[in-house]
Design a protein. Structure first.
Length: 517
């Protein structure tokens, strides 16, 4: 072939390629191959879709009638979709469209005081939510170098928790116990105690009865915290998909405030139902079951949620997100699958005992089985002067009380420890709507451990405690300021508190002697 023939053939090929390129540009894209699919099968809370050539992980898909779903299990043969609503009217062959965005939720100041579902849609009849932005519900946890140590306390107003199981801002503290032992009451008390603090609160109800959620909202209203709390509700009547996404959406709403340098408290009530909803979805999507029929990634869904709780460094604004996940145990079995998973993820646990609950010890916090892995680092100094003796006396009392049931003869010292232990247990009782300031708690707990209540009859403990709390506020204003400012709390300060306590009991007409033990 001559050179001229070669050039001619090359020019012809170039013309053919140009024509093909022009034809491709002018031909409209076939939307059905990429942007549309069809329902192949509908299940309870899930659907299987075919026809898409590409999808994002966790992409929102639009179904007829405004129903949305999440592309959860993506395979070459089709897509398993988690429906975010009832699929009763969905049928085989229905058209499905891509949205090209992952699941997100509204965030911003406009959500405060509102009740919304897992997608941020209003449930309170208050009109559309005024969102500043929309954030993905799944966001990476802050890096280690972006975190600061957990060293600032978050007071719950409960004596047994603040003294023996302290919670710090940025901590993850698990609340667990059997059904109807007061788990929600402890969590809501922590929210209500933030009334005089600059803390934004979020209550996320997962799988709860609508009446139970309404009762919590009523408590927030009466406690003056409704307008500073976001309620994210996915009740037990909702689709399991909405129950699954609710805690992630609530965390994104909380992170908005944390990124602004504010302190946030979030309650997940409860993650046992969250795990069950995910198990249901996984089995319906034909994922292989593992232990107790839970899928293999059940640990991961909670770890990636709770790792987002953090205290950010000053360079990142210094905000914090404190998480209080709630889980339900069965027959006091804290070594079951989901409880052990969450115990290993969190920084401690508050265990509520049904035995204490049945005895009328409320809140039914079992100090022996409860722990805070942050410990005294998240406590004011005054608490550190009281907490060690409190835990020691209470642990000794529980052992001695069990021993004394055998009817053995007890020496004077043992009887004295038993009597003091009974009074400490009585002092740790607290009404559901009673919350006490740090100075009041310090005065009462120090009095209990140092024997001020030893000669007070059990039935008079409430009146004696009220007198000591009043004395802490009225007779020791400077010391109260010192406790709140986290200044050093020494032996002289202890003596002042004990003297004021004894004086308050004398004014009440209680014959009280100094403890010589």
């Amino acid at each position: 072939m001559t050179g001229s023939e070669t050039l001619s053939l090359r020019a012809s090929c170039d013309n053919v390629f140009d024509e093909l390129s022009k034809a491709r540009r002018e031909t409209p894209p076939r939307l059905s191959l990429m942007e549309e699919g069809a329902v192949a099968q509908v299940g309870e809370g899930v659907a299987f879709v075919t026809g898409f050539s590409e999808l994002l992980a966790d992409e929102l898909l639009s179904f007829p009638g405004g129903l949305m779903g999440i592309a959860s299990t993506i395979r070459t043969t089709g897509v398993g979709v988690v429906l975010l609503g009832g699929g009763d009217k969905l049928h085989t062959g229905a058209e499905v469209r891509r949205t090209k965005r992952v699941v997100d939720a509204p965030v911003g100041e406009g959500l405060l005081g509102r009740v919304v579902d897992g997608l941020g849609r209003p449930l309170d009849g208050g009109g559309p939510v005024k969102a500043a932005e929309r954030w993905p519900i799944e966001r990476p946890a802050p890096a280690i170098m972006d975190r600061a140590p957990v060293a600032e306390p978050l007071q719950t107003g409960l004596k047994s928790v603040d003294a023996a199981i302290p919670i710090g801002r940025g901590q993850r503290e698990l609340i667990l116990g059997d059904r109807q032992t007061g788990k929600t009451a402890v969590a809501v008390s922590a929210i209500l105690n933030q009334k005089n603090e600059d803390v934004v609160c979020i209550y996320c109800a997962i799988g709860q009865r609508a009446s139970a959620v309404a009762r919590v909202i009523d408590q927030l209203e009466k406690g003056g915290m409704r307008q500073r709390t976001i309620v994210v509700a996915a009740s037990g009547e909702e689709a399991p998909g909405l129950q699954f996404v609710a805690p992630y959406a609530a965390t994104s709403m909380a992170e908005y405030f944390m990124e602004k340098g504010r302190d946030v408290l979030i309650v997940y009530d409860d993650l046992t139902r969250h795990a069950r909803a995910y198990r249901e979805l996984s089995l319906l999507l034909r994922r292989p079951p593992g232990r107790e029929a839970y899928p293999g990634d059940i640990f991961y869904i909670h770890s990636r949620l709770l790792e987002r709780a953090a205290h950010l460094s000053k360079e990142r604004g210094g905000g914090s997100l404190t998480a209080l996940p709630v889980i339900e145990t069965q027959a006091q079995n804290i070594s079951a699958y989901i409880p052990t998973n969450l115990i290993s993820i969190t920084d401690g646990q508050i265990y509520l005992s049904p035995d204490l609950f049945s005895k009328g010890v409320l809140p039914a916090v079992d100090i022996g089985l409860s722990v805070s892995r942050v410990g005294g680092d998240a406590q004011r100094r005054a608490y550190r002067a009281v907490a060690p003796d409190l835990r020691l006396y209470y642990a000794q009392f529980e052992e001695l009380e069990s021993f004394s049931r055998f009817g053995a003869r007890l020496d004077k010292d043992t009887r004295q420890r038993l009597e003091r232990g009974r009074r400490i247990r009585e002092v740790l009782k607290q009404g559901e709507y009673d919350r006490f300031s740090a100075p009041e708690q310090i005065a009462v707990l120090l009095s209990a451990t140092e024997g001020v209540f030893d000669d007070v009859a059990i039935e008079d403990i409430d009146a004696a405690e009220a007198a000591i709390r009043r004395a802490a506020n009225e007779d020791l204003p400077d010391l109260s300021k010192k406790i709140l400012s986290d200044s050093e709390f020494g032996e002289e300060d202890k003596k002042k508190v004990l003297a004021a306590a004894r004086s308050a009991l004398e004014r009440k007409g209680v014959d009280n002697r100094e403890d010589d033990s």
